[in-house]
Write a protein that binds this ligand. Structure first.
Ligand code: PLP
Length: 378
């Protein structure tokens, strides 16, 4: 099997799995308990917290461990909303956010707030001047993802952050960093809130964090035992948190290079097939781990299953549930026609992928595309 769906989830690194296993079976204490064993575990969590704080240019107390990025995004948005006083605010986001941001904003609209969804250009980038023109004194929060999960567009987070604060220093800036953390360099100092998810970088599922600056007013998520400074109650997922820190520590520059080489190798081979289009940014401009291509005249889902039968796992990139022709919110925003949207496949790479395998994948794809197109023309 060749797994090329690493933006959906990644295999857990052996060292991270070993760490989780050790904590689950040996150091299984509740870190909030009062005896020495629990305090020792609490100290290990403190070290992990310090590590993430340092990598996100923040303070340890600004790291809130969560169950993943869906929860982090929900706390960033609803927690901010719940800390506001007036009945109507302006919120700004983009048309290409992951549902974990898009849906909460939709809910805010239903509650009578004004939500503006920014369009993007042909590369998936927002227009900074447009953003600046929309921020007023009633704008409470801007949420713009660092890297788009379907096509790999990298937003200029530093410029966005500066633009927001120039227009309204009180306005908070949240970025969903799920696909960007460890993959793209950025200046974390410009964000007030930043979400990450462990299972996207070879840690287990069900663990993530929200970096939330002390200056950002936020009521937090669930209530209960008061863990995480009362911002996210619930017994800490110690095995997950410590495994996530191990996986993050193991991230290396060489992983990014490896993913980019896989992406370029596969693209160079696949663009020799007729009627194949690159969706989103140019190869070098986009995130190293995401390649989105349309195979015209085919349904992405049909190609996906043909590849599955040959041991290659990919995604259509579509997070929508309806599966109607051309019904993909993100690709629609790019203005692509229905055939292009329908024929889209997302390849996403991880540290375990090998560039040499990409020629083999490309050969399989070429054969399957030829077969399916022949079949379709009959
Ligand atoms: N945001 C983005 C950009 C994602 O790609 C994902 C997962 O696909 C999420 C949020 C949700 O993350 P989690 O699975 O940790 O809830």
């Amino acid at each position: 099997m060749i797994y090329l769906d690493n933006s959906a989830t990644t295999p857990v690194l052996q060292e991270a799995a070993d760490c989780a296993m050790e904590v689950m079976t040996q150091d299984y204490f509740n870190p909030s308990s009062l005896y020495a064993q629990a305090s020792k575990l609490e100290k290990r969590i403190k070290t992990a917290r310090e590590f993430f704080a340092k990598s996100l240019r923040s303070r340890p107390e600004e790291i809130v461990f969560t169950s993943g990025a869906t929860e982090s995004n929900n706390i960033a948005i609803f927690g901010t909303l719940n800390a506001l006083r007036a009945s109507k605010y302006r919120f700004i986001t983009t048309k290409i956010e992951h549902p974990a941001v898009y849906e909460p904003f939709w809910a805010l609209e239903q509650r009578g707030h004004e939500v503006i969804y920014l369009s993007v250009d042909e590369n998936g980038k927002i227009d900074l001047a447009e953003l600046a023109s929309l921020i007023d004194e009633h704008t409470a929060l801007v949420s713009i993802m660092q890297v788009n999960n379907e096509v790999g567009t990298i937003q200029d987070i530093s410029s966005i952050g500066k633009t927001i604060k120039q227009k309204n220093p009180q306005c908070l800036f949240h970025s969903d960093g799920v696909q960007g953390f460890g993959k793209c360099d950025f200046d974390a100092a410009v964000v007030d809130l930043y979400s990450i998810s462990g299972h996207k970088f070879h840690a287990p599922k069900g663990v993530g964090l929200l970096m939330m600056r002390n200056s950002a007013k936020n009521m937090g998520g669930q209530m209960g035992g008061g863990q995480e400074r009362n911002l996210r109650s619930g017994t800490l997922n110690a095995p997950g948190i410590l495994a996530m820190a191990v996986a993050a520590e193991k991230m290396a520059e060489s992983d990014k290079k490896n993913m980019l080489t896989c992406k370029k190798t596969l693209y160079q081979d696949l663009c020799k097939i007729s009627d194949v289009y690159l969706n989103g940014p140019d190869i070098e401009e986009g995130a190293p781990q995401i390649l989105n291509l349309s195979f015209m005249g085919l349904r992405g889902e049909v190609l996906l299953h043909a590849l599955e039968a040959r041991g290659v796992l990919v995604s259509t990139g579509s997070a929508c549930a309806s599966h109607k022709k051309g019904d993909n919110r993100v690709l629609n925003t790019f203005g692509y026609n229905a055939d292009r949207i329908e024929g889209a496949i997302r390849f996403s790479f991880g540290r375990q992928n090998k560039p040499e395998e990409m020629h083999q994948v490309a050969e399989i794809i070429e054969e399957e595309v030829k077969k399916l197109r022949r079949f379709k023309r009959r």
